[in-house]
Design a protein around this ligand. Structure first.
Ligand code: ZN
Ligand code: ZN
Ligand code: ZN
Length: 421
């Protein structure tokens, strides 16, 4: 066995500490994050919820660290406050070296994680933010549990650098946040060869292509949203991780050119180019307005109407892998699903498939989930043949990205079996 084969599991990591998103409290289990209609409250703090005795028992190891503080808190803590407090309480109780996870011969504990604490202390703005957080945490778990600023910066930095948003692919939602020791060994690339997927709160890293050597230094995951221009990706990476990415996408202009591609025919190209620059500026401004409408929960029909108008304009001037085109389509696709305009959702969704394949690669979680979604809509409201085609493609991809044991992959296989009956 030399390298990793596409689809092979590289690491399965359980969270070191994690917290359910504040808005999901009472809707999902605080231990396993599954949705449940019959959740039971913790009998002591009455704040966190569990599916049943089983989840409560399994979750107690972590929850016991915070339960009494939650019980006594005047203002109940947000998920982010709970996470950093859990980390501090856990380090205080077990030290920096315990527990640990071994990944390919490397021993990972909270103490081995990168913190960039010096950068946090050096940067006025992040230092001020940190002091505010320290005060808040001190009010919650008491000053005796909060170390001095230097040590706090270590823990806070480790959490910031190694924290993951825990997503539920079924709903495409971020449901919580956590720190994972085993997953922290991997470096970043904007063109990663491994994919991070969650099943409940457990994190799985799988090879999305063949990787020639079984070597940590050859495995790359993406820390950020890949669907951004190079300068945006660079500044996201610099802000949180303090490094400059040197991957192929950051050092060549191929992807940026595609992301900014506009349609011009040969004749009078110069004149058109000038013209199109103005139009492009307008496209960007309108997209910003659209995003604002989504953020401010404008009425779905007004968002839909604006999307249609923009898509009609953009269709004439933007390349079909242009990033503004993609971003507008994503909004249109989601809003049509919410409005139950299934046929429109299918047509917007179909336009996203090829750009996703291009930017995320043929075996990516994004593409697999996208095709699964489209397939389901097709099945109930579109063409059964197209449904089957999309779901089969999704199955092929998710076998690699999610693995055969993942609940979502199993749902997909069941659905395919039903259709084939
Ligand atoms: Zn549960
Ligand atoms: Zn409790
Ligand atoms: Zn890069």
């Amino acid at each position: 066995m030399t390298g990793y084969q596409r689809g092979e599991l590289i690491v399965c990591s359980k969270p070191y500490a994690y917290a359910l998103g504040t808005e999901y409290r009472g809707l999902r289990c605080d231990h396993c994050f599954k949705k449940c209609n019959d959740l039971k409250r913790c009998s002591q703090c009455s704040f966190v919820y569990f599916c049943d005795k089983n989840c409560q028992t399994r979750g107690w190891g972590l929850h016991k660290l915070e339960c009494k503080y939650i019980m006594n808190a005047k203002q109940k803590p947000l998920a982010s406050t709970r996470l950093i407090s859990l980390v501090l309480l856990k380090v205080k109780k077990y030290g920096l070296d315990n527990p640990f996870e071994e990944v390919l011969g490397r021993k990972m504990s909270f103490g081995t994680l990168m913190s960039h604490s010096k950068n946090i202390i050096k940067d006025k703005k992040s230092y001020q933010l940190m002091l505010i957080l320290m005060r808040e945490i001190s009010n919650y778990i008491g000053p005796a549990n909060v170390p001095d600023p230097e040590e706090f910066a270590e823990a806070y930095g480790r959490m910031r650098v190694n924290g993951f948003s825990i997503t539920d692919d079924n709903d495409s939602e971020v449901v919580g946040c956590g720190v994972y020791l085993g997953a922290a060994v991997f470096d970043h690339s904007c063109e990663p060869n491994a994919e991070v997927v969650f099943d409940g709160v457990n994190l799985y890293v799988r090879a999305k292509q063949d990787i020639p050597q079984r070597d940590i230094n050859q495995v790359f995951v993406s820390y950020i949203n890949q669907l951004q221009l190079t300068h945006s990706r660079q500044s996201a990476l610099k802000e949180l991780y303090y490094f400059r990415c040197q991957c192929i996408r950051c050092t060549t202009s191929l992807y940026d050119d595609k992301m900014l591609e506009v349609l011009i025919d040969g004749k009078e190209a110069e004149e058109q180019l000038k013209n199109i620059k103005e139009k492009l500026q307008n496209v960007k401004e309108q997209l910003k307005k659209l995003e604002k409408m989504v953020d401010q929960h404008a009425s779905l029909s007004s968002i839909e109407e604006k999307c249609r108008k923009e898509i009609e304009i953009q269709d004439q001037i933007l390349g079909k892998k242009n990033i503004y085109w993609i971003q507008t389509l994503v909004i249109a696709f989601n809003v049509c699903i919410k409005l139950k305009k299934w046929i429109d959702a299918i047509s917007f969704g179909n336009l996203l498939t090829e750009p996703y394949r291009f930017y995320y690669g043929p075996y990516s979680r994004h593409l697999g989930i996208h095709l699964f979604k489209i397939g389901k809509i097709q099945l109930y409201y579109g063409s059964p043949t197209d449904a089957k085609d999309a779901l089969k493609q999704a199955e092929n991809i998710m076998k690699v990205t999610h693995g055969e044991q993942h609940f979502l992959y199993q749902d997909l296989v069941k659905l395919l079996a039903e259709i084939q009956k």
